[in-house]
Design a protein around this ligand. Sequence first.
Ligand SMILES: [Fe+2]
Length: 316
Amino acid sequence: MDSLIEKDPLIQKNIYIKIKNHGWSPESYRKAEINFYKFPKLILNLNNLFLKSALIYVYRKIFNQLRKVVNIKRKIFSKLNKLNKKNNSNNFNEFKIRDLSSYSKTFQEKGYCFVSNFFDENSYKNLLGNWPNQNYFALGESPGKFYSFSFIFDMIDSNLLKQKSTDEKIKIVKNLNKFPILENFYKFILSKNTSNNITKVINNSNNEIWNCCLTLLTHAKEESFLIPHMDGYIQRENVPKSINVGIFIDGNNENPKGSGALGLYEDNEFKKPIFIPENLKNTALIYDTQKTIYHGFNFMEKNCYRKTINLAFKQC
Ligand SMILES: [Fe+2]
């Protein structure tokens, strides 16, 4: 690793691997650290490297403890909420997404496509109306990936993905049983039909089997940030075929760029945008993770918010 990076107290050692394998920019990461920990200028401007490093270390420790306290409080409140009452009277179970065949050409050519009106009106209304409150979302703990995510289904093992039934899969998602409509939604997303529809964007002429390997809900607000990165490794040997689907449920459409519009970039410092979504309500950005495209969103601005559902599908 570059000696300037090794001497920089703003770049923690566990980030070296992200810089090397996922293309994180050291400069973007420095900004992320300052945004996350809010180090005072007095510390950042110190010339004495030893003192600066020591103060940054102490500052981080204190902030991490405070973050833990907020997360414990949120966890306690979420435990007190036995069942989301709103869901009891209406157990919606008719989720529909639009047919994605017409996006196949764009996806093949560019490695991504952007879909408007992703869900039908009823599905969208039910997802938006039954979104869990913030007690179910722990505060983000990483400066480079500073937003909250929750209700995580994450199964990377291909054999497990093929063997497990949908009911077995959703059992691993914490708190999902408190939200019957969300539970129905996860069953829908993990179904064969949904995999078949989503993979219409790729040229699946060999009838390969694809499975949803990741589903989660995210919540972001002012100051949230996602450093431009690549999902797979930069050296892309033996990387399985996979596609990511970032579904925007809600955001401030008056300022999408400042509202966490996950964009695609040629570079890792937001300087060369390829595509930035302009509508964050019921839309989806679908991209091929094998294509070397950076993606991320810059520091979120005042009065901005964002709710998304992130999915990943892999061939297995
Ligand atoms: Fe990513």
